[in-house]
Design a protein around this ligand. Sequence first.
Ligand SMILES: C[S@@+](CC[C@H](N)C(=O)[O-])C[C@H]1O[C@@H](n2cnc3c(N)ncnc32)[C@H](O)[C@@H]1O
Length: 291
Amino acid sequence: MEKFVGLTVIQWGTTCSLFWEAGHNVIPCVNGVLVISREAIYRSGFKCQTCNKSYSSKNLYLDLTVTASSEEYTENQPTRTELFRSPVVSFLYERGWRQNFNQSGFPGPEEEFNMAQEYFKPAEGGILVDVSCGSGLFSRKFAKCGSYAAVVALDFSENMLRECYDFTKKEDPSLSNNLALVRADVARLPFPSASIDAIHAGAAIHCWPSPSNAVAEITRILRSGGVFVGTTFLRYSSSTPAILRPFRERTVQPYGFLMEEEIEDLCKSCGLVNFSSKVQRSFIMFSAQKP
Ligand SMILES: C[S@@+](CC[C@H](N)C(=O)[O-])C[C@H]1O[C@@H](n2cnc3c(N)ncnc32)[C@H](O)[C@@H]1O
């Protein structure tokens, strides 16, 4: 195994840098940008230059969670995160579960993808991370459309990543050239600061244990001018009857549904600018930029 020296590919916070351990020939390079391809991940290992911790491929995805190599220690996340680690939920997700979102005003994957692409125009040609990608519904579209040098499909759920792998293999195996599957926590994103051009988080913010930690991390890894686009369910919309509103409060819901003003405030508090949004019943797509 040959160790790459001088190329920081993935970084833990500000202290640990992971270096690719692999032959030159398995690492594709597009316009000088190191691209994390699934092919490369299968055959590679990563090592932190600072603490010497190694990360190895789990065949289908690279596990960059802190506990990736723990044998005894386990850590449970809140229900809204754990739910999606279930094999049953992961299997059902693109087979009916996601389609139900339409009832709340989600326009559907094709339209949501087109809307996101409009926001991502300043990031074309760069690296896009689809944070909380689930089974990769949008990661596959971003990889297929050819607008990005590389796409990283990132999720905390091992089973969602497995679904993403299977869908990709079935639909278009050639996507593996610019699509990498990574397991990580949104509150600890394994990328250097100011290294990413576009971040997408579809139907995800309400599932995150701490949206403020997550958006702060997203802001850290975005380059100046980089774009964050997210969608979620609003706590309630103008058409939600007043009598039902108390039942959608955060304290009584398993999910952390927010209001539009809260999302805008959160983005601003984390240092993002140019907030804009589109709302349709309980659906919101919002975008903000790193100054
Ligand atoms: C409702 S799914 C959204 C999937 C897809 N993005 C979409 O638009 O349909 C929410 C996803 O958030 C992921 N998730 C929950 N907590 C997470 C965390 N702490 N870090 C990363 N992903 C997380 C879940 O595993 C799940 O796949």
